[in-house]
Write a protein that binds this ligand. Structure first.
Ligand code: EPZ
Length: 434
């Protein structure tokens, strides 16, 4: 088992490069299944979740070529040949590792009119149902049944047909999954209260490039006109907005006053106004210039309370990192998660490092330490964003912080310790026995 060890108190400066978006890459890989041929995706991040999804594709008969170089800053490309699709299943052992494998339901239904996909299991922070996905497929005319933990879906004779589908709440995954199936469904599909996250927009742009008729991307109403078939293309993935937000918070925590961290390869608009406004309100100076974000170290961090919401609201995938930032603010703040109301597994670990955080229902009340360092400790990762928040806490802790079970982190951050080390942080990976 691997852990990351951070010796705190070092200055973070120089440059950090943002890799391709994890969540968008997974949706793009699913879209490749819709075309009878070879799709090439550029800027695919080197992450465990990407490797897992590549195996999900291989199970169906797709040939996936991906030889990434994790240490290179140059984007990596993946080639997916979906011509020989013959096994219409996504097995439990892979779906259980990564929920986004459930996209195979829409992809296989859209391409082949049938699918057998394991229902995703539990998640570290509470129930994550897929009822909206299933209801969406049924609205398109698919017959849905359950068989030993698998969703079995079958299109009617004559194929799927367009429908009006309303999502409540707005769901990134359900929007993407239903769009995968609706792209080749006969007639018009209207998705109401659709997700407007950048991941969905970029995914929709790939479908358009493949010949799909999609309107309203980035708005709550997405309309699709079904087409007979989609064609394979070459497409470039967008940068990872959550990685960008994580690095901006790291700089606010660990870049000394008067020094700068330059973050390149970014798409700041994908962070959404709520995050950028909240960051500005901390009084930590930053500037945006094309694909570059510069953050300057500040004497003080103003306390800023946030509540997560669908895009362009404050991303739930940045609330744990924001909580760490607020432990260093010069006053109290509150962090509320309205999307995942129990996503607080990192709080007891932060409190073991001397933070003063208290969870009340869906809100964490944070007592700011006004820059007083936390204390290094052995802390346990429980999920992707919780684990990176513990790494951030290690940057501002006295002594060593040992972040255990970093396999969670490897799912979504490309070579994090290599990038941070190049930017001045004393961090290394070690094996340990549990
Ligand atoms: C995506 O998950 C992301 N994952 C998550 O990022 C992210 O936290 C989430 O969107 C919200 O932004 C990927 O893109 C692979 P949702 P997803 O469906 O699609 C409820 C990370 O750290 N809901 O938008 O699973 C659900 O319970 C990951 O990178 C239903 O009730 O999220 C939640 O409260 C973690 N029924 C809300 O909708 C459904 O059928 C939003 O979930 C589906 C969702």
């Amino acid at each position: 088992m691997d852990k990351l060890v951070i010796r705190g108190g070092n200055a973070l400066h120089g440059r950090l490069h943002v890799g391709g978006s994890k969540n968008t890459a997974l949706a793009l890989m699913a879209a490749a299944v819709l075309a009878d041929g070879t799709t090439t995706l550029h800027n695919v991040p080197v992450l465990q979740d990407v490797f897992t999804f590549a195996n999900v594709l291989r199970v169906t008969g797709c040939r996936v070529t991906y030889k990434p170089d994790a240490n290179a800053d140059t984007p990596d490309s993946m080639v997916i040949d979906a011509a020989d699709l013959h096994h219409l299943e996504a097995p439990y052992d892979l779906v259980n590792k990564m929920r986004a494998s459930f996209y195979m339901l829409g992809a296989l239904l859209g391409r082949a009119g049938e699918a057998r996909v394991s229902l995703p299991g539990g998640c570290a922070w509470g129930p994550r149902p897929v009822d909206l996905h299933l209801r969406g497929m049924e609205a398109l005319g698919a017959e849905i049944s359950m068989d030993q933990g698998y969703v079995v879906a079958k299109a009617p004779a004559g194929g799927l047909r367009g429908a009006r589908i309303h999502f409540e709440p707005s769901s990134v995954g359900a929007t993407i999954n239903v769009m995968l199936a609706a792209a080749t469904a006969k007639g018009t599909t209207v998705l109401e209260n659709a997700a407007a996250e950048p991941d969905v927009v970029v995914f929709g742009q790939l479908l358009q490039a493949m010949g799909a008729h999609v309107d309203g991307l980035g708005t709550p109403t997405v309309t699709m006109e079904g087409v007979d078939a989609l064609r394979p293309v070459t497409f470039t993935n967008c940068p990872d907005r959550i990685e960008l937000g994580t690095y901006m918070i790291a700089a606010a925590l660990a870049t000394p006053p008067g020094e700068r961290l330059v973050i390149t390869g970014a798409e700041p608009a994908h962070l959404g106004d709520a995050f950028l406004d909240a960051f500005a309100a901390t009084a930590v100076p930053f500037s945006l210039d094309g694909d570059t974000v510069e953050v300057e170290g500040a004497e003080r961090i103003a306390p800023v309370s946030v509540a997560t919401a669908p895009y362009p609201g404050f991303p739930t995938d940045l609330q744990a990192q924001w909580t760490v930032l607020m432990t260093q603010a010069d006053g109290p703040s509150r962090v509320t998660d309205t999307i995942y109301t129990d996503r607080f597994k990192h709080i007891p670990e932060l409190n073991r490092m001397g933070a003063e955080c208290a969870v009340h229902e869906h809100t964490v009340e944070v007592r700011g330490r006004n820059g007083r360092p936390l204390q290094g400790a052995h802390v346990m990762s429980t999920d992707l964003r919780a684990s990176v928040s513990l790494v951030l806490a290690g940057l501002v802790a006295a002594g060593e912080t040992h972040v255990l079970r970093v396999y969670h982190l490897d799912r979504g951050y490309e070579n994090l310790e290599g990038k941070l080390r190049r930017a001045g942080i004393d961090i290394w990976r070690e094996e340990y026995q549990e």
